[in-house]
Design a protein around this ligand. Sequence first.
Ligand code: FAD
Length: 506
Amino acid sequence: MAAKLLPSPDGIYDVVIVGGGHNGLVCGALLAQARMRVLVLEARDEFGGMIGETSLVPGSRTPAMAPCLSALSADIVKALRLHRFGLKFAAQPMAPTVLLGDGRALAVTADPRQAAPEVTVADQPGYQRLLTRMKPHITALRTIFESPGGVFSQGRIAQPVDLTRIGLMPLTELIAEAVESEAARAAIAADACPGIAIAPTQPGSALAWTLWQTMKSNAREALAGVPIGGPMALVRALEQAAQERGAVLRRNAKVARVVVEYDRVVGVELEGGERVIARIVASSLDRATTLLSLVGPRHLDIGEVSDLRRAPTAGNVARLTFALSRTPRFKMVTDPALKGRILIAPSPAEREANLAAAAAGRIATPMLELISHGDPGGDVDAPGARMVTVLAHDVPFEAAGGWAKGKEELITRVTQTIAMHAPDFPSLIESIGLATPDEMARDTGIAGGHWHHGEPDLTRLLAATPGTSVPGLYICGADALPLGGVSGLAGRNAARMILAVEKARR
Ligand SMILES: Cc1cc2nc3c(=O)[nH]c(=O)nc-3n(C[C@H](O)[C@H](O)[C@H](O)COP(=O)(O)OP(=O)(O)OC[C@H]3O[C@@H](n4cnc5c(N)ncnc54)[C@H](O)[C@@H]3O)c2cc1C
């Protein structure tokens, strides 16, 4: 490893990273390891971005948004030696259990040992057939995800005609090629790509599922689940890894502007007017916010401005935290299943109707993802309570009539939906916290507070490289391949592209 460098004595850095989410920290650590002078500027008083902590319920600290690190890249954990900074995962991954409308519980996995006891696996041979059919695409896409240049630099898409067909296909059709029973199809479709505004019955959903499967295939060494100490343990480990390599980290440092002179980046300006000089700026904000708000349209081509303005970014996931007096009793699953994710899933057709309702601002019955923090190693409990995070998918970005009224309606629907499967749930609630998508957008500074910093569609698969049209400016967050999720790969790809350009420059 490179010897520790002192923070830049003259206040001049090679690279300024805007935003200290996990990708910004990965990018900063890898560039500092390559002996570049790196400054990471974070707007808030804590690093971590969407995996930072919040106290939605008084007296508790739970993950602000992302509770589950099932996509974290094993290579990055190894390269940054994050175990040395205390990152440890408590248990083997457990497959998600999907609770269907008819009360059945099915585990989605190709490895029956990962299913919770007493839970039937959803057509395991069919699921295995589906994964085998998709393996060439996932392998090829993984090579692309691991290379900074994206699709075009690689030119190695496996079976391009088939991938294009999948790109335009609904996920339900892709699943139906391999899986026979309706219930198994519904369960597999429920665990599709999270955080997107297309239902499994709609074109584009098969591609989004493939991208998400590809990203999860990077979490090779069973690094799934929640680390001991919660996702914040990853943030702390990344902070230490970056600092040990010489990166300087600053909190409460909101970047107001990326400064561009003679058509290239020369640094950033903070809120309050302070300027930091740097030849390279890597932004972990979404591409639209970075280019339209921080750089400004006058430095961009008119076509690019209209593309950025058109790109869909409204988030559609709300996050609820329930503090319960004890563990709820589910009708179809016992405690071990609660150590994994539980999905309460409307049918694929109902999800399409729910998303249409959400687009009009109405709150239908959302798909729910429950993650419980009460098990050993969760250690984010409020005293005497059991914490359950519920991600409510397919909700409006802005509720018709405003979220003040919409919040009550959403809480009622979520509670009633859980009660259908765990009747004692409502009687155990001690307190509830709720963050709506528009609140997450305000809180993170990311357009729409979107899970993937924008919808993952074919355009983004082709175009989302870390490079931008402004020389010296890169995207190092979830708006570069492999898009959203806590993998760290977007940060690493940006670092690799920056180092390759630097090498060519010398
Ligand atoms: C509700 C929800 C639940 C999710 N659950 C999961 C999950 O369980 N598993 C999973 O893998 N993924 C999940 N995700 C997705 C995942 O959290 C994100 O894709 C990922 O964390 C993005 O990381 P990032 O580092 O690229 O960006 P972010 O985490 O968004 O970080 C961006 C950082 O930039 C900072 N910033 C913003 N503006 C400025 C500025 N002007 N100056 C300086 N700093 C600034 C922000 O404060 C933030 O720290 C979830 C997302 C949401 C919204």
